[in-house]
Ligand binder design. Structure first.
Ligand SMILES: NC(=O)c1ccc[n+]([C@@H]2O[C@H](COP(=O)([O-])OP(=O)(O)OC[C@H]3O[C@@H](n4cnc5c(N)ncnc54)[C@H](O)[C@@H]3O)[C@@H](O)[C@H]2O)c1
Length: 337
């Protein structure tokens, strides 16, 4: 393609979509990246380029966007995540299965490249937990995991049968400061920084020793761009594990104590998300992603902690130093940035 591709991002107001749209616009030009969601964007998000309402459950509406804007590539980020999915399995099934099928049909009918992320949640309790390979037992027992296995297999089927250019990566938990997480089982690894800076204490919904794969959002977005732009012939498979680092809540808390406050207190109150985390890998093998399209994360656990504290610190410094609110005013709640 000699001109810049025109890219549609679904679910663009979520944790990952926010940064992905900025990155795509910086690379391909603001007007070539159409952001979409079913939520109303803040004015500053609308100002940087086209934004449209697009419900992924409505094939015709999606098709209209593809035709009107001459879309070449779709980055499909609309989804209901693991914890939110267990709260509302019917919604998760609808959005994750029917929404994906709509986007896949669109890719087939209009010759689009389609990148739709999967997750470590596509693995299950019988999957080997350490250095989990790309190809292994996949019998997840969450509605999120089941819908993502469906997505992976259907994407591969459309690639084989119809030549659709489908690409996917199995993300670990993604940690970000600029956009809040959307209802996953690794959300604690973002929440803990807000709580440390605001209250110097945190009640964690996972047990102290629950080790899970994680990545900082910058690595996640760089890797997603690499796979999105990789030449077809470089791809030896359609779905890739990606791993950056792994830690447990107690290890994360120790780093926060070391870098922020020796008095930081954490208590453990595991809830239904513990049962989800218990079925996921501790580490994933990602050699194919590294060899085929250059996955090379640079943020380790210490880098993530330092970056999160640096980015969020000023927000809480200004909130914590505000004058006390009048007795009849609502309490100031630190904004999740
Ligand atoms: N964030 C993570 O840690 C993580 C980890 C593994 C995989 N993933 C995957 O990455 C992708 C993006 O995740 P995220 O964290 O940004 O999710 P998120 O929950 O933050 O955002 C999802 C977006 O989808 C939108 N959406 C919901 N229903 C919709 C519908 N019917 N039509 C259109 N949009 C709809 C929501 O409004 C939301 O803005 C998902 O496929 C997710 O499974 C994320």
């Amino acid at each position: 393609m000699t001109r810049s591709p025109r890219v549609l991002v679904t679910g663009s107001l979520g944790q990952l979509g926010t940064t992905m749209v900025e990155t795509l616009r910086a690379k391909f030009g603001n007007e070539n990246v159409v952001a979409s969601d079913i939520k109303k964007p803040a004015p500053e998000k609308r100002a940087t380029g086209p934004f449209v309402y697009a419900d992924v459950l409505n094939y015709r509406a999606l098709e209209q966007v593809v035709v009107d804007y001459g879309i070449d590539w779709v980055v499909h980020f609309s989804a209901i995540l693991s914890a939110a999915g267990e709260r509302n399995p019917a919604l998760a099934l609808n959005v994750n299965v029917n929404g994906f099928q709509n986007v896949l049909e669109l890719a087939k009918n209009h010759g689009l490249r389609l990148l739709s992320p999967s997750t470590m949640g596509a693995f299950g309790p019988t999957t080997p937990k350490d250095a989990t390979p790309d190809l292994t037992i996949m019998r997840p027992n969450t509605i999120y995991g089941i819908s993502k296995v469906h997505m992976e297999l259907l994407g591969e089927y459309y690639t084989e049968k119809y030549g659709v250019d489908f690409r996917s990566l199995r993300y670990p938990g993604i940690i970000s400061a600029d956009s809040p997480p959307g209802g996953g089982t690794t959300d604690y690894a973002v929440d803990i920084f807000h709580a440390a800076l605001k209250d110097n204490r945190y009640a964690c919904f996972l047990k102290h020793d629950t080790r899970l794969p994680m990545a900082y959002i910058d690595d996640c977005i760089v890797g997603t761009m690499q796979l999105l732009e990789a030449p077809q012939e470089a791809l030896t498979q359609r779905v890739y594990n990606v791993h950056a680092c792994d830690f447990s809540p107690e290890e994360l808390a120790a780093e926060i104590r070391r870098m922020h406050s020796p008095d930081f207190a954490i208590e453990y109150r595991p809830d239904f998300r513990q049962a989800i985390a218990d079925t996921w890998p501790r580490t994933m093998a990602d050699t194919a992603a590294r060899n085929d399209w250059g996955w090379n994360p640079i943020f380790g656990t210490t880098d993530i902690v330092r970056t999160m504290l640096d980015k969020l610190g000023p927000t809480y410094a200004s909130v914590n130093s505000s004058p006390p609110a009048p007795a009849d005013a609502p309490a100031v709640i630190a904004q999740q940035v």
